[in-house]
Design a protein around this ligand. Structure first.
Ligand code: CP
Ligand code: NVA
Length: 301
């Protein structure tokens, strides 16, 4: 494993190795056991979109590993003024030991990996959010004990979160059901991948069908970063695609709820369900730190 560009690139074994290391690093942190596995290493963090969790968890995680995180806003980099990614990649490869990038196009992340010669970590693109889904898988395993026989249901937009969840959950052996409006299905690349898993993957436009007997319910915002201009149109398209009491009633009685955050209460999830499952949702947010530390150690140590 040289980079973390998308879940599609990872084998099941690589995912499980990352999760196991993440559990260990979480244990070490909680027990005050130092783990300076990236001493002397520098991670550049390029953000072309806003972030609370990704920025703070990567930055803190790098410190905890004994390394140095360097925040690089695209407003300040020449990349924001049009310097080609091919050149940026080759320059930064000479200063840094790894790059985390949050941007719009997946191609930009793939190009950084292609032209540079240091590990690249995708901190979210319009196509996928692998760091978040590794933390989600870590949280599911923590609360449910294992992935065996477990069903994940995603409700809402066929977006970056849906894409990574579909791939990640299928790869670790879970059953996956998604409910999204017909005009907001995941891209063909993801649906083709999922088709290879036969009846372990189902897609519908009826949330109550997808949520039936599931162990984990997940949703995400109706309008992602960059889609603010379509917010009103999307509110109409996604009405009814909400995690609420009615949906919880058809899931397993002990079903857990996850949300990558930020959440919009009374849109994709009700305040009541959100607060009833806040314990899981904020453990999920914490696990970003541990999962990403594991990724950095795997790629940069
Ligand atoms: N879930 C997530 O990636 O959060 P941020 O946008 O705050 O980084
Ligand atoms: N789908 C959301 C996820 C935010 C973490 C977005 O891209 O804005």
């Amino acid at each position: 494993m040289k980079h973390l560009l998308k879940m599609l690139d990872l084998s099941t074994e690589e995912i499980i190795e990352i999760l196991n290391l993440a559990d260990q690093l979480k244990y070490e942190l909680k027990h005050g056991i130092p783990h300076p596995r990236l001493q002397g290493k520098t991670l550049g963090m390029i953000f072309q979109k806003a972030s609370t969790r990704t920025r703070v968890s990567f930055e803190t995680g790098m410190y905890q590993l004994g390394g140095y995180p360097l925040f690089l806003s695209s407003n300040d980099l020449q990349i924001g003024r049009g310097e080609p990614v091919q050149d940026t990649a080759r320059v930064l490869s000479r200063y840094l030991d790894g790059i985390m990038i949050r941007t719009f196009e997946q191609k930009e992340v793939e190009d950084l990996a292609k032209y540079g010669n240091i590990p690249i970590i995708n901190g979210l693109t319009d196509f996928c959010h692998p760091c978040q889904v590794l933390a989600d898988l870590m949280t599911i395993r923590e609360f449910k004990g294992s992935f065996d026989g477990k069903k994940m249901c995603f409700i809402g937009d066929g977006n970056n979160m849906a894409n990574s969840l579909i791939v990640g959950c299928l790869k670790v052996g879970m059953e996956v059901a998604i409910a999204c409006p017909d005009d907001y299905q995941p891209p063909k690349e993801i649906l083709d991948f999922a088709a290879g898993y036969g009846d372990k993957f189902t897609m519908t436009n009826v949330p109550l069908e997808a949520a039936k007997d599931c162990d984990v319910l997940i949703t995400d915002v109706w309008a992602s970063m960059g889609q603010e201009g379509e917010a009103e149109k999307r509110k109409q398209a996604f009405a009814g695609y909400q995690i609420n009491d009615e949906l919880m009633a058809v899931a397993k009685a002990d079903a857990m709820v996850l949300h990558c955050l930020p959440a919009h209460r009374e849109e994709e999830i009700t305040e009541k369900v959100f607060e009833a499952h806040a314990n899981e949702i904020f453990e999920e947010a914490e696990n970003r730190l541990h999962a990403q530390k594991a990724v950095m150690v795997k790629l940069m140590a």
